[in-house]
Design a protein around this ligand. Structure first.
Ligand SMILES: Nc1ncnc2c1ncn2[C@@H]1O[C@H](COP(=O)(O)OP(=O)(O)O)[C@@H](O)[C@H]1O
Ligand SMILES: [Mg+2]
Length: 133
């Protein structure tokens, strides 16, 4: 069970900035190191931007979680956009269907302790990440 949980909508660039700030604040609250805070914030930025730009908008749920004595921040990004037909391809460095760098998904995965992506063409995409203290 989560120690706390909040959901934020992602419909604009301002919302992306806002969820970045939430990630920073929650990471600081569990006393992640500054380096780990920045890793989580960078992943949040990339995934929130994907939710907005590729998913057509959606939401981020932030949870403060506990695993024995360890605390962590779990972030779930969801949208009801077009989904991703080939996840393996989407996770490759440099793969983009837009004009991005194609490093959002692959880079985010490297910046966190847990990374899970589920997507169904036509139904949407859910990406869940966890950074443990
Ligand atoms: N939420 C999403 N909904 C639909 N497609 C997505 C989503 N997130 C990522 N993708 C697909 O995966 C590709 C790779 O994403 P990413 O690594 O962030 O690169 P970029 O955003 O620079 O294109 C995107 O170009 C897009 O085709
Ligand atoms: Mg991206």
């Amino acid at each position: 069970m989560a120690l706390k949980s909040e959901t934020y909508t992602i419909r604009s660039s301002d919302d992306v900035v806002r969820v970045r700030q939430i990630a920073r604040a929650w990471a600081s609250e569990i006393k992640l190191s500054l380096v780990d805070q920045t890793k989580l914030v960078t992943a949040t930025s990339e995934l929130a931007r994907n939710t907005l730009e590729h998913g057509g908008g959606g939401a981020m749920t932030a949870e403060m979680v506990e695993n024995g004595i360890r605390r962590g921040i779990k972030l779930t990004f969801t949208d009801q956009g077009p989904g991703i037909a080939n996840l393996e391809l989407a996770l490759q460095d440099g793969y983009t269907t837009g004009n991005g760098m194609g490093l959002g998904l692959s880079g985010s995965k490297r910046l966190v302790n847990e990374f899970d992506i589920k997507s169904e063409p036509g139904l949407g995409t859910t990406v869940t990440i966890v950074r443990w203290k």
